[in-house]
Design a binder for this molecule. Structure first.
Ligand SMILES: O=C(O)C(=O)Cc1ccccc1
Length: 280
C-alpha cells in the first residue's frame, strides 16, 4: 500500500497520515493536486488531504479536485487540533526581532493573521507548498537571511529550528478536518459511518430550485451539517454545492432524497460516506 500526503515530513498532513498508516507506506508530494492525481492514476492507494479548517474554511484545492477531476471516494475523516509556532534558524534566534520574511502555507498564514498583524506587521510574507516546506526553507536559508517559518513544533524540531513563539494561531480552537481518499468506495459497515459528503449541481435555473432540492432532505428529517457553493469554473455565476449530510438514519433514506433530487433535474456526485476520528 502507498499513502500520499502533502510533504515534506513534518507537515500537518504528515502528522495525520503517520497516526493512521505505517511509516514505510507513506510518500510525500509537493502539492495536494499532485497527491490526489497520484491516487487517481493508480500510483497511490490512498491520500491524506486537508478539507476544511475551523478558522479559514474549505481547502479549495481538495474540494475542487474531488468535484472536477476526481472519481475518488472519502473513506475516513480525521479532525486534528492545529497549533502553529514561529521558528527561525538557531543562529538567527538572537536577531529574531528583525525578521526579513515569513514563510508558510496559505492556510497557516491566514490562521495566524491577527498575530502577524500585531507582532510582524511590515514583514513580507511568502507562500510555500506546506508548513513543513517553510521549516525546510528556513533550515536551508535561514542562516544568511533572517527568515521565519510558521509550522508545527514537530516540524521546527525536525528541521533543527529555534521556536520564538508558540501557539500563535488566532483561534484557540483551531482544528482541521482531513480526509483519507481512495479509488474504492467505503466498505465500512453503516453503524460506523457518521457523515456523507456530496456535490449537488442544479441543471435548471428557476426560483426555488435549490430550495426544492434541500427540501428532499428536510421533509425526510435528514440533517445537513454544511452547505457551501463553489464556482463551476465555466462562467461567472455558475456553482456547485458541497453538502455534508449527517448519517443518523438508514443510508437508503438518504438515497431516496438523491432520487427525488434527480427527478428535479439535480445531479449528485457522491464523495463518500465515512467514519470520523478525533485526534487529540
Ligand atoms: O502545510 C501543511 O502542513 C499541511 O498539511 C496543510 C495545512 C496547513 C495548515 C493547517 C492544516 C493543514
Amino acid at each position: 500500500m502507498k499513502v500520499g500526503y502533502l510533504g515534506p515530513e513534518g507537515s500537518f498532513s504528515y502528522g495525520v497520515a503517520a497516526a493512521n498508516f505505517r511509516q514505510k507506506d507513506l510518500q510525500a508530494f509537493h502539492t495536494i493536486f499532485d497527491c490526489l492525481e497520484a491516487v487517481e492514476s493508480g500510483q497511490l492507494t490512498k491520500a491524506v488531504v486537508p478539507i476544511e479548517n475551523s478558522y479559514e474554511g474549505t481547502v479549495h484545492d481538495t474540494l475542487d479536485f474531488l468535484y472536477h477531476q476526481g472519481s475518488l471516494y472519502v473513506e475516513k475523516e480525521m479532525v486534528m487540533p492545529i497549533h502553529h509556532c514561529l521558528a527561525v534558524h538557531p543562529e538567527m534566534a538572537a536577531q529574531s526581532t528583525h525578521l526579513t520574511g515569513i514563510y508558510s502555507h496559505p492556510q497557516a498564514l491566514s490562521q495566524t493573521k491577527r498575530y502577524l498583524h500585531e507582532h510582524h506587521k511590515k514583514i513580507p510574507q511568502t507562500v510555500v507548498e506546506s508548513t513543513a516546506k517553510s521549516a525546510q526553507y528556513v533550515a536551508l536559508h535561514g542562516q544568511k537571511e533572517a527568515v521565519a517559518a510558521i509550522c508545527s513544533e514537530q516540524a521546527a524540531e525536525l528541521f533543527g529550528l529555534s521556536i520564538i513563539a508558540r501557539e500563535i494561531e488566532d483561534s484557540p480552537d483551531n482544528q482541521t478536518r482531513f480526509w483519507v481518499v481512495s479509488k474504492k468506495k467505503n466498505l465500512t459497515s453503516q453503524k460506523d459511518l457518521k457523515k456523507m459528503s456530496v456535490c449537488l449541481t442544479l441543471t435548471s435555473d428557476h426560483p426555488g430550485t435549490l430550495h426544492q432540492s434541500l427540501a428532499a432532505f428536510s421533509w425526510r428529517n435528514i440533517n445537513l451539517s454544511k452547505i457551501e457553493s463553489r464556482p463551476l469554473k465555466t462562467q461567472l455565476g455558475f456553482y456547485f454545492f458541497l453538502l455534508d449530510i449527517v448519517i443518523d438514519c438508514p443510508i437508503s433514506l438518504i438515497e431516496l432524497a438523491f432520487e427525488e433530487i434527480h427527478l428535479l433535474n439535480g445531479r449528485i456526485k457522491e464523495l463518500g460516506a465515512y467514519p470520523i476520528k478525533i485526534i487529540k
